[in-house]
Design a binder for this molecule. Structure first.
Ligand code: SF4
Length: 481
């Protein structure tokens, strides 16, 4: 028996939970509500796309489409992943920082920039394409450029060098970096003030015609789809002032620097294990010791759904963590080198002495067209690993079924302390074996992979292992001795 079978045979119960799934489903549906905008001030994102700002205030009942909700969720997910390595930059100062225009002569405008390196603001954007040159930024993404320039004029430092990072939303998620040098702060400040005045006037008179076309009119906008806006009849917003107030160049040196930072921070994964690294130990060695990895690229839509589910937990009062829960989690000690593949949530159980529990939650997206009555053993094995890694006697599996009307099922797994300890011994021993085999480069000391989860490149199993390594060696160019 391999680790997978050993883990599955631990004594644990799984039951489906109707209350938590109901709470989560309600929170999940809120992603289709268009952001509620304040009536007494603007966000900077309103100023860079005034037509949409107008319609979000005038037609609050228009719902967001699934396509746009997923696009936003994917952007959010990729941004959160990028923050992990961007935070490691030596000049990193802060992130998600609010600027109130009232301090710099632009009252009524609130902004929140992504990240700051030194005095430079870094704005991170995701796009369906790879953005390669400044002209594409000016013509297709002027709102992103304006946004960072407006941050610069709202920030008291009045620093003139800032960076826009574009990441393509397809694997391997390449980035391009653009350097913005502001040459005329006065013109940009006037542009910002003029936009705000135009928006004030449009809302007051209920006439958006002078606001120009919505910047998402072509790629996709819910107000256009609902047939409520008049953007089709108006001109694009001019970029003339912007073009004459900045220098914009693609900065390949910065790109190389950030790519190095990103790669360096990926390698920390090497010493942490996911459940399937342990269930497919020989495949792990092929990847880590020989650079032979199975091709696997995550479907971006799945990333979007995962982000939406994660947000749903945070949005529901009953499941969201409090500040003291977060402090409690920070102080938890985990003694297995397992990669964090779970979220945390608070769940209630009136049968328990301590009814409110902070539990690890595994999020999954399933393509099934019906919600199955029971969870499959692969999900159960991963849930068990999650409970073992976090020393939790209770864990939750939340599965979203996009093809079954976006149904959400919640399964609660319970395992007692004895089985938790037994599971920990199993995982510890598997990790020790894997590390030893990696050091000695002896793949044959390990159990073969799970037969239903073999890498695509494998032939006869387990005989292929050594042949795969030999083939790779044979393909490498010979060096003259
Ligand atoms: S041949 Fe079998 S054991 Fe070896 S890497 Fe492939 S699936 Fe795993």
């Amino acid at each position: 028996m391999g680790l997978y079978e050993d883990i599955i045979s631990l004594k644990a119960s799984v039951s489906s939970d109707g209350t938590v799934s109901g709470i989560l489903s309600a929170a999940y549906r809120k992603r289709y509500l268009v952001d509620q905008r304040p009536s007494d001030y603007y966000y900077l994102t309103d100023i860079v796309n005034p037509a949409q700002a107008y319609w979000t205030r005038k037609r609050k009942e228009i719902k967001r489409s699934q396509k746009i909700a997923n696009k936003l969720s994917l952007g959010n997910k990729l941004q959160n992943i990028a923050y992990f390595w961007l935070r490691k930059h030596p000049d990193y100062v802060d992130e998600e920082t609010t600027l109130d225009g009232i301090y710099t002569g632009i009252p009524g405008v609130i902004a929140k920039y992504d990240i700051r390196f030194g005095n430079s603001i870094i704005e991170f954007k995701t796009k369906d394409e790879r953005v390669m040159d400044p002209e594409t930024v000016f013509t297709k993404y002027p709102q992103d450029l304006e946004q960072i320039c407006f941050y610069a004029v709202m920030h008291p430092f009045k620093h003139n060098i800032h960076y826009l990072i574009f990441q393509e939303t397809k694997a391997p998620f390449p980035i391009t970096v653009f350097k913005i040098e502001i040459t005329d702060f006065g013109k940009i400040t006037n542009l910002l003030k003029q936009r705000k005045r135009a928006l004030d006037e449009a809302i007051k008179t209920s006439n958006p015609d002078k606001l120009g076309k919505c910047r998402y009119f072509t790629p996709g906008c819910d107000f256009k789809d609902a047939g409520v806006c008049s953007c089709g009849a108006v001109e694009d917003i001019s970029t003339a002032v912007l073009r004459s107030s900045i220098n914009l160049v693609r900065d390949t040196d910065k790109e190389a620097e950030l790519n190095t930072l990103r790669e360096k921070n990926k390698t920390t994964d090497n010493i942490l294990f996911r459940p399937f690294d342990l269930f497919k130990p020989r495949a792990w060695i092929l990847d880590k010791n020989h650079g032979i990895a199975d091709e696997y690229s995550r479907d971006p839509t799945e990333l979007a759904y995962l982000d939406a589910m994660q947000k749903s937990i945070g949005r529901s009062d009953q499941l969201a963590l409090t500040t003291s829960d977060i402090d409690q989690i920070k102080n938890m000690k985990f003694d297995l080198p397992m990669f964090k593949t779970w979220q945390w949530a608070a769940i209630l159980d009136s049968r328990s002495e301590n009814p409110r529990k902070i539990v690890p939650v595994m999020l999954r997206v399933s393509n099934k067209k019906d919600v199955p009555r029971y969870i499959n053993s692969a999900y159960k094995a991963q849930m068990l690993c999650t409970c073992i890694a976090t020393n939790s006697e209770t864990g939750a599996l939340v599965t979203l079924y996009p093809n079954a009307g976006e149904a959400i099922s919640v399964n609660i797994l319970k395992i007692d302390s004895e089985n938790l300890k037994a599971g920990k011994r199993l995982i510890k021993s598997a990790i020790d074996k894997l590390k030893t085999a990696s050091e000695t480069n002896n793949i044959k000391d390990l159990d073969p992979c799970l037969d239903w989860a073999r890498p695509k490149f494998c032939g006869e199993c387990p005989e292929s292992c050594e042949k795969i390594v030999q083939d790779k060696k044979d393909q490498q160019p010979k060096t003259d001795s």
